[in-house]
Design a protein around this ligand. Sequence first.
Ligand SMILES: [Zn+2]
Length: 403
Amino acid sequence: MYTTIRVHLKPNNKQKTKLELYSNAAKFIYNWTLEKQLKHYAETKRFLKNGDLRKELTVLKRTEEFKWLQDVDNNVPKQAIKDCCEVFLNYYNGNIAKPKFKNSNSKKSFYQDPLKLKITESYIKVAKFAKNTKANKQKLNWIRLGEKVNVPKDTPLCNPRIIYDGKYWYFTVSFLQESLVNAKQNNKGIGIDLGVKNLAICSDGVTYSNINKSGTVCKLKDKIKHTQRKIQRKYFINNKNQPFTKGRKLHKTSNISKLDKYLKDLYKRLYNIRVNYLHQATANIIKNNPKFIVLEDISIKGIIKNNKYSKYILEQNWHKFRWYIEYKCLKNNIQFILADKWFPSTKKCIKCGNIKEFIHIKERDYICYSCGNIIDRDIQASLNLEEYGEKQLTLVNKNIPIR
Ligand SMILES: [Zn+2]
């Protein structure tokens, strides 16, 4: 399977300027290509080829106005053209909507040539940061990594890029990695029921609580609300004399920009807490080496519609939970089973198999009227899912195709 790593970079000030220059060049060339493509498309209903555009780029670099592009490594604009051409080809084939131009709010990123790229344990080398080829000037090319990484040297690297998330620079790369072979695998599987009250209820008796109810997150949410109101108030005071007309431009003071930045940081911290928790929870489940893991195939789009709990469901990031479990199973050679959408995991009695027609969301305990079984509804759902997984596995072993 392909593994992607993302490592925090620690560039110095000179390197930061260079990183800005590179990402701006990539953005500029992307927009330049898109403009050419759209113009050509409007005139002839065809698209320009990658190679022709690259030839035009060489001419452009020689002009006085765009001389600054010569300071950038050749691969950065080359890949920007390729990226844009790919997007445009998709548009040409009718797969996507009309592509948009990148602006100052778009994500900053640029490509690196995997053949030129060098990665050591704690440094990466970016091409052509230093103009001078003398050994003591070459230091500028080496950016320090925030943590130690182990990238295998014999496997080919795929799509190495340097990206900026608004605060820090990161380096990402993918490469092929073989799955680990588990010697000590349990002979029991785990069924996982996802919920609103708790994030996940496992059939082995472990529950992972909802991180959004914890004190840290609640405080952070309050802070966000407070800052949002502060910004709103400042906007109102600054633009009091402006009449309310459509399309009026609000005056943004430097204090508002400062608060905006602060708000962005708060949002990022909230996101990081949530993602970190999901990683911890999924890693904990995988650590027990179960035989298989069963999750319910939930269509989140369908649930969110007309549901008063939709906000709380979205906060939980179920799709990310499923994604993490899926790839971690693949990595550790654990069977991953997705239960059928119509499998009645909550409505089915674990003891007698009786299926109730309706259960209200406020009914926390499941009471079976045919056998008298009383059990917590979430635990029962996870047990039902585990049973489902066991059945599916025996069907696979007997070579009976699953419908
Ligand atoms: Zn029953």
